[in-house]
Design a protein around this ligand. Structure first.
Ligand code: PMP
Length: 362
């Protein structure tokens, strides 16, 4: 068996140890005589699996008292809608920081709902979304229900290097492509959300971490599935949860803990990102447009000096077992996603390809 180095932005590479364990347990989980994917979500076995996953996630992120951890569905995209539906608390406006494609979608969803004034407090559009607007330049509203930002723009490759200070207003963040890549002070947030299919596990699971005073205040009242209060009350089991995805995410959490937690994961991610950005910066044949301080450690877009060679670059990469390097359809070029589960050997192999390709065709 030869496994490729998969640079997909998501669904993405998962730890091989996790996949192996899942394979070993596929037919018979812990002597239960059944696969996890066949279990009732209300049975003793699955309840235990979900509780362990939640406990391990809480440990990894050191989630403080007073926060709910929810395992939902609908992707980060449904959160673009649930957040304005649930968190307005009678306030007339909401603030969003516009850093690229995913922020744009979150803003559009809030606008379409039309329940509050959507204020773009800062935007990086003036420089084609290649940087994080300086906090000092944000124009926050007096009466915002929350401030929303996209911690890592998966397409643009722009990442906040620290948590912005917005005072007492609840801070809300789309952490889809960065959650679990570094330690996080959860107490700074009102709500954090992430689709799982990057650092966490398979697609189909969405993580929401929400401060308890923000739950249950939707006005007008919401239908049950759209209301965080429903999911809090039911322990994320109001309806059938994505059981197998929760199980696999739980294996990922346990592996991360065994590997030294998020501080250790961050060190590995810094090393990988430096290796790749150094190679891109060293070779004039490649370019990454993002302001160095705001470069993503997770998603590294880059272009070739001659886009006519893109197909050739991808084909020769695939021959070396390096896959999914094609850039997002909206921007073109290349993108290497180097999430937690991408081994440094995968990044080394990509760097070798960058150098060899530039030497031969550059
Ligand atoms: N936000 C970000 C930052 C993303 O990267 C993505 C997916 N790539 C989404 C939101 C949308 O997530 P989903 O497909 O899970 O709805």
């Amino acid at each position: 068996m030869t496994r490729v180095f998969n640079f997909s932005a998501g669904p993405a590479v998962l730890p091989e140890s996790v996949l192996q364990q899942a394979a070993d347990e596929m037919l018979d989980w812990h002597g239960s005589g059944q696969s996890v994917t066949e279990m009732s979500h209300r049975g003793k076995e699955f309840t235990e699996i979900a509780a362990r996953a939640e406990a391990d996630l809480r440990t990894l992120l050191a989630v403080p008292e007073g926060y709910h951890v929810l395992f939902l569905q609908g992707g980060a995209s449904l959160q673009f809608e649930m957040i304005p539906l649930n968190l307005l608390r009678g306030q007339p406006s909401v603030d969003y920081v516009h850093t690229g494609e995913w922020a744009k979608k979150a803003i559009a969803a809030a606008r379409k709902l039309g329940r509050a004034e959507v204020n773009v407090a800062a935007s990086a559009e003036d420089r084609s979304f290649t940087y994080v607007p300086d906090r000092a330049d944000w124009q926050l509203s007096e009466d915002a229900a929350y401030v929303h930002y996209t911690a890592n723009e998966t397409i643009g490759g722009v990442e906040f290097s620290s948590v912005p200070d917005v005072g007492e207003v609840p801070l809300v963040s789309d952490m889809s492509s960065t959650l679990l890549s570094r330690p996080l002070d959860v107490s700074r947030f009102g709500l954090i959300y992430a689709g799982a299919q990057k650092n966490i596990g398979p697609a189909g699971l969405t993580i929401v971490i929400v401060r308890d005073d923000l739950v249950g205040l939707a006005d007008p009242p919401l239908t049950p599935m759209l209301d965080y209060a429903t999911h809090v009350k039911a322990g994320s089991m109001y309806n059938t949860p994505p059981t197998y995805a929760i199980y696999l995410a739980g294996l990922v959490f346990a592996q991360l803990l065994a590997d030294g937690g998020l501080a250790a994961a961050e060190q590995r991610n810094i090393a990988k990102a430096e290796l790749l950005y150094d190679a891109i910066d060293d070779e004039p044949f490649y370019a990454n447009p993002v302001a160095p301080a705001d470069r993503s450690r997770m998603n590294v877009p880059f272009t070739l000096a001659d886009p006519g060679l893109d197909a050739d670059f991808l084909a020769t990469a695939a021959e070396r077992g390096l896959t999914q390097l094609k850039g997002h359809r909206s921007v073109g070029g290349m993108r290497a996603s180097i999430y937690n589960a991408m081994p440094i050997d995968g990044v080394r192999a990509l760097v070798d390809h960058l150098r060899d390709f530039a030497a031969e065709r550059g």
